[in-house]
Design a protein around this ligand. Structure first.
Ligand code: SF4
Length: 414
């Protein structure tokens, strides 16, 4: 693959940047945090937790409504809501990380303080209650244009490594604003957010605990020390981009010779320091076949990640104007893999799979200001990370109006 120098104006293009693998050495005092086990649970253990979870839903209903009839109707509403997404499929495993139980990447972990408010927000569609609802389930917030990688599919290609337009104070004000709106999950993206690790830590330290913070990263610089610092500052989990089970193929896709090292080592360091870990893969048409997916899932299991996120390629950013869509057979294969690995008993020790395309084709888009949003590197709001339609700046005084317009226009694809 030819090296594209188009966006090379601000970073040294040495392919490895300044970050060598030798950085990843711990001193005795910096060893991983001593946390509870982190694993995929199933069988009786999962059944018991599921029962406790259902009881906790009942407790939430009792706290939200006085009328016992509402408790029953509310529980039915929640069951219906779950069925709407999963159909009759029963998830027979969960990720257990640092004392919390996760069934999906975009739902707060059970037992987390954000969980009750998340459920109470959903219940407002059943009947009004006194909890301040989350306006957004998830917001992606890009905190830098800088990145050492040059990925084949980068959705931020047009702004990558251009001059930063936002100050740390503005990003801080953005986090504050999103928390004021009510945001259950805030995902820091870029560029590469790890290049701004001190900013990340300070943003989380200054924020309130009403939001779960996540980071979308290539894994660059995600040493054990840094994973520990992020965990201590309040990070819940990381999405680490890994697009192939073979090192050379991933490094070539990412145009960076240590990309595979950082993705896999970063995942282990994050896991060992109590973070929820997801591999995120861009399912290119060259990659999608049964053998590749199986080998990839084997690697994910052996690395010990909790989730794998399947992303379909979109013709935005570096893929703009290119024919990157999967064919129907490939989509079917991804859907079957998603259903088989999540809901059958043959893959209980494999990571859980999140596959947005599956739900979007069934239910439409939940982003576009409805439940989600993308705030880009200029602070402008967009329907999602793959749908770039700037609709005003998040710090504009009339942002409510602009959000409304964006939500009304909706997602052009789903
Ligand atoms: S996709 Fe992410 S890691 Fe790759 S070049 Fe773009 S910002 Fe960097």
């Amino acid at each position: 693959m030819l090296f594209d120098k188009r966006n090379a104006n601000t970073l040294p293009l040495t392919s490895t940047g300044n970050w060598s693998v030798e950085e990843d050495i711990l001193t005795k005092e910096e060893s991983p945090l001593n946390l509870r086990r982190s694993s995929i649970i199933s069988g009786k253990e999962k059944a018991l937790i599921h029962l406790k979870l259902k009881l906790s839903l009942l407790k939430i209903l009792i706290r939200q409504y006085r009328n016992p009839l509402d408790w029953i109707k509310g529980l039915r509403f929640l069951i219906k809501l779950r069925r709407r997404f999963l159909g009759d499929h029963v998830l027979n495993k969960m990720a257990f990380v640092d004392g919390k139980y996760y069934m999906g990447l975009f739902t707060p972990g059970w037992n987390d303080q954000v969980y009750e408010r998340f459920i109470a927000s959903e219940l407002k569609n059943f009947k009004e209650n006194n909890t301040a609802a989350f306006r957004f389930n998830h917001v992606f917030l890009a905190i830098t244009k800088k990145c050492a990688l040059r990925c084949e599919h980068c959705y931020e290609w047009e702004s990558l490594n251009k001059k930063e337009t936002r100050t740390t104070a503005e990003i801080q004000a953005t986090v504050q604003r999103l928390q004021d709106f009510g945001t259950a999950q805030l995902h820091f993206t870029g560029g590469e957010p790890m290049l701004k690790i001190d900013t990340l830590i300070s943003l989380m330290q200054k924020a309130t605990e009403e939001t779960n913070f996540w980071m979308n990263t290539s894994g660059l610089k995600l040493t054990s020390i840094n994973a520990r610092r992020l965990k201590e500052a309040g990070l819940t989990g990381v999405f680490i981009s890994l697009d192939h089970y073979q090192a050379e193929a991933h490094n070539s896709f990412r145009n960076y010779k240590d990309a595979f090292y950082w993705a896999t080592e970063g995942a282990k360091n994050a896991r060992n320091n109590g973070l929820v870990v997801a591999f995120s893969i861009c399912m290119t048409k060259e990659f999608v076949n049964e053998e590749n997916i199986r080998k990839y899932m084997d690697l994910a299991k052996d690395t010990g990640v909790h989730f794998v996120q399947f992303l379909e390629p979109k013709n935005v950013g570096h893929y703009k104007g290119k024919e990157v869509s999967l064919n129907d057979g490939q989509i079917k294969l991804l859907e079957n893999t998603f259903l088989k690995m999540n809901f059958s008993n043959g893959y209980l020790d494999y990571p859980l799979i999140t596959y947005h395309g599956y739900y979007q084709r069934k239910h439409g888009c939940y982003s576009s200001g409805k439940k989600g949003l993308y705030v880009d590197t200029d602070g402008d709001i967009n329907p999602c990370t793959f749908c770039h339609r700037k609709s005003g700046n998040i710090l504009d005084p009339d942002i409510e109006e602009k959000l409304e317009q964006m939500t009304t226009s909706g997602c052009p694809e789903f």
